[in-house]
Design a protein. Structure first.
Length: 386
């Protein structure tokens, strides 16, 4: 099989200029290039450029997929979105990393050497950008879950020590957004490990921020100048910046109000997460067994109802089988075999095996010279040749 690589870049904050599009066209004559995107795939060659450099200069998001079981997601966000110390706590050896420029941070999530060969044999990389690019907006709104998922993917890939502690745990790990679920799928994070990570969130009561008196108290104390600045950002089209600014102020205020509660949250070790994941796996397998049992019971009940329907008019069933056998073609013989298998079950349930054997003998007296049909019935265990 030939090599296959898929590259997709998207510009979000600022469209490409004509000059930039010309620069990119000089690197590829066959790529699809628009003011907001660059898309190309390679089966024998490679991208004539450095994707990281392109992210620094042109784009805000990049998806890469190669059929040797590798994929990467890059997102570029303003440096003001997160402080360096916060990002550093989520970084791993290679799965999640951060590069800092003068104006931005380049966030990279990567999966190398996956064992899911069927996945990379079937998919061509298209569609991932649409599913993953909303993560950038979530990050700019202060959602830390994509960062935690990057760290958790590192744990899933066994590149984080067992005695290492988890980074700050964001709320909502048990209720991921569609984009975050796609990121977990993209990175092939262990499902039981994800369930373990979200356990405290599942156990904590939901907070209704619309009626939270703490939020009301903070808003009442917020200086008018701050409120005016936030509203101005909204009016001029910088909603994300306004939201990020307000959330950071609120979180800082919360830390001042509840210093012990906010800093006293115990972080779990990787070893503890693995223990919780093993327990989650056991629970999941038990639930799956119950579901399989229920589904099998429903299947049997449905099948029994069908058999009783056949038993209500055995004569008609044999007449239909006769007509199909008389067609003398392979597909008709296959239909006859399936019908007689069901008839045998219906006789066992509602009549007797002797009744079926007698009717089958009469059927074979009429069609016993049809060799292809006889072979099918012998293979199904319905008939024996002398």
């Amino acid at each position: 099989m030939s090599e296959y690589q898929y590259y997709e870049f998207v510009a979000i904050d600022e469209p490409l200029t004509p000059k930039q599009m010309t620069e990119l066209r000089s690197r590829s004559s066959r790529a699809s290039i628009t003011p907001t995107s660059f898309v190309n795939d390679y089966q024998w060659g490679d991208l004539k450029g450095d994707p990281i450099d392109w992210m620094r200069r042109y784009f805000d998001a990049h998806v890469y997929v190669a059929n040797w079981c590798t994929c990467c997601l890059y997102l570029r966000v303003p440096r003001s979105a997160f402080d360096a110390e916060t990002l550093r706590s989520f970084e791993t050896e290679s799965v999640f990393s951060v590069e800092r420029t003068n104006t931005h941070m380049l966030l990279e999530w990567s999966l190398s050497e996956s064992d899911n060969y069927d996945r990379f044999a079937e998919e061509d990389g298209r569609g991932w950008m649409g599913r993953l690019v909303p993560l950038r907006d979530e990050l700019l709104r202060g959602d830390m879950r994509p960062l935690y998922l990057g760290w958790l993917a590192g744990v899933s890939a066994s590149e984080v020590d067992e005695d290492a502690t988890e980074p700050p745990r964001p709320h909502g790990l048990s209720r991921l957004t569609a984009a975050q679920q796609s990121l977990a799928e993209f990175l092939e994070i262990d499902l039981d490990l994800m369930a373990a990570a979200g356990l405290p969130d599942q156990q904590a009561p939901d907070v209704d921020t619309k009626s939270d008196p703490e939020v009301d108290a903070w808003i009442a104390e917020l200086p008018t100048a701050e409120k005016t600045a936030a509203l101005k950002l909204l009016v001029i089209g910088h909603a994300q910046q306004a939201e990020r600014r307000v959330k950071l102020r609120f979180l800082a205020w919360q830390r001042e109000q509840h210093p012990i509660a906010k800093h006293g949250v115990r972080r779990r070790t990787v070893a503890e997460l693995h223990e919780l994941a093993a327990s989650a796996a056991e629970t999941r397998m038990m639930q799956e067994a119950v579901q399989r049992s229920k589904a099998e019971a429903e299947r049997r009940a449905k099948h029994e109802t069908h058999l009783r329907t056949l038993a209500a008019d055995f004569d008609r069933c044999w007449q239909v089988a006769d007509k199909r056998a008389e067609r003398g073609i392979a597909s008709a013989y296959d239909e006859v075999k399936r019908a007689l298998v069901e008839l045998a079950e219906a006789y066992t349930l509602c009549a007797s095996q002797a009744d079926f054997d007698r009717k089958l003998a009469q059927f074979m007296a009429r069609h016993g010279k049809r060799g292809a049909l006889v072979r099918r019935l012998v293979d199904a265990g319905l008939w024996k040749t002398s």
